[in-house]
Design a protein around this ligand. Structure first.
Ligand code: PMP
Length: 388
């Protein structure tokens, strides 16, 4: 979708000849495009890192039950502080994250994108900057822009790992107020070592000692798929370190829109300064609570997806593709002279993968075994064509 629809095109109902740039929008939004992975109607959709497994029927029934209960109270505003939900999320983190947390450590919002937005509204903003090590999740930069926060693109090595020395140097040079570390990283799948996060944390605190330090946000959207442990224990004794999570991936509930964070209670207090009152609907809270009752079942699907992810890595390597080590539910593969042309040819075979704009690389989400077979069939055919 273009940010600048042609006059009369769908989505432009502002009258003929009027586009975004004709409106009095903020200067920094002029000429920009919105985030948008194509939502194409193709048989095999492996482009947005969703969980391919629909929620199990007993959980669907439980959601209906809990939502019906919530519906009886919809004349009232929901629990503004989402106490029950945050308590259950804290229990989940304590059980799986290697570190005990409680209600006061956890905050929830409509997707981790909203969590990240609240963090940037609180700790970023005009006159402040945030850094991320790219290629990484493009929304970090876009949410920075939306909140008036300056964006700094930090370095990665050619193998997409973060070199602590150059990353620390970038933090020292730019002295950002917010540092994003995505582990496992999207779109590369790369996990980040705890020592690297600690080095960045120290550097960020030193560089912004004038402001009481800087916030380090560890985006763990995909951590349940990782070979490594969560970085959650790093919040201990580090009030400026936040771990953000989501139910969109491991819990198979991207449509729910539920993200959360774990941090020092002061961070949870701070984001309340910017959150909209009653931002988390009673229906959302009820649905998330039902899903959390089925944590073990849903984590069982995660195990299957990890096996499938590893199979994709092995088979792609077997075909002679370069594959970045993956700790996520997707795999980055290449290298292609013209990755967009390859993306198109895979699409022609009914499989939608993601062209993230990382030159030479594409990304495929681990789907069901049948979907992955279809994808592998498509890339196998491409190889044959090349060799013919
Ligand atoms: N962080 C990362 C690294 C992601 O890849 C995504 C989703 N693609 C998100 C956060 C946001 O997820 P959600 O808003 O669905 O929780």
């Amino acid at each position: 979708m273009s940010a600048h629809p042609a006059p009369g095109s769908p989505g432009n109902d502002k009258g003929p000849g009027i586009g975004i740039d004709d409106l009095p929008v903020r200067e920094e939004l002029r000429g920009k495009s919105p985030y948008g992975a194509p939502q194409l109607d193709v048989p095999v959709q492996l482009n947005t890192n969703e969980n391919p497994y629909p929620l199990p029927e007993p959980l669907v029934a439980r959601i209906a039950e809990r939502v019906a209960e919530a519906a009886r109270g919809l004349n009232r505003y929901p629990d503004r502080d989402a106490v029950e939900l945050r308590t259950r999320l804290a229990e989940y983190l304590t059980r799986t994250g290697g570190h005990p947390v409680g209600l006061a450590n956890v905050w929830a919002a409509n997707g981790s994108n909203e969590v990240l937005q609240q963090l940037l509204q609180t700790f970023g903003g005009p006159g402040r900057t945030a850094i991320g090590f790219e290629p990484s999740y493009s929304m970090h930069g876009l949410i920075a822009r939306g909140t008036g926060t300056g964006w700094i693109s930090g370095p990665r090595r050619a193998d997409f790992t973060i070199d602590p020395v150059t990353a620390v140097a970038a933090v020292a040079e730019h002295a950002p107020e917010v540092v994003f570390v995505t582990s496992p990283n999207n779109p590369t799948g790369t996990a980040v070592a705890a020592e690297t996060v600690l080095a960045l944390y120290e550097a960020a605190q030193a560089a912004r000692a004038d402001r009481g330090g800087a916030l380090v946000v560890v985006d763990e959207a995909y951590v349940e798929f990782s070979h490594r442990e969560s970085l959650l224990p790093l919040i201990e004794g580090r009030p400026n370190l936040v771990v953000s999570r989501t139910m969109s991936k491991a819990f198979g509930a991207a449509g729910l829109r539920l993200g959360y964070l774990a941090a020092h209670p002061a961070v949870v207090d701070a984001v309340q300064l910017v959150r909209l009152p009653y931002h988390l609907s009673a229906v959302t809270q009820a649905t998330a609570l039902a899903a959390l009752e089925y944590t073990d079942t849903l984590l069982g699907y995660v195990e299957q997806l990890k096996t499938e992810r590893d199979r994709l890595v092995d088979e792609l390597r077997g075909l002679g593709y370069e594959v970045t080590d993956s700790d996520a539910n997707f795999v980055q593969f290449g290298r292609f002279e013209d990755s967009h042309a390859v993306w198109r040819r895979i699409l022609d075979r009914g499989v939608l993968v993601r062209d993230n704009g990382v030159p030479g690389w594409l990304r495929v989400t681990a789907g069901t075994p049948a979907e992955n077979d279809a994808f592998l069939e498509a890339v196998r055919a491409l190889k044959k064509e090349q060799q013919a």
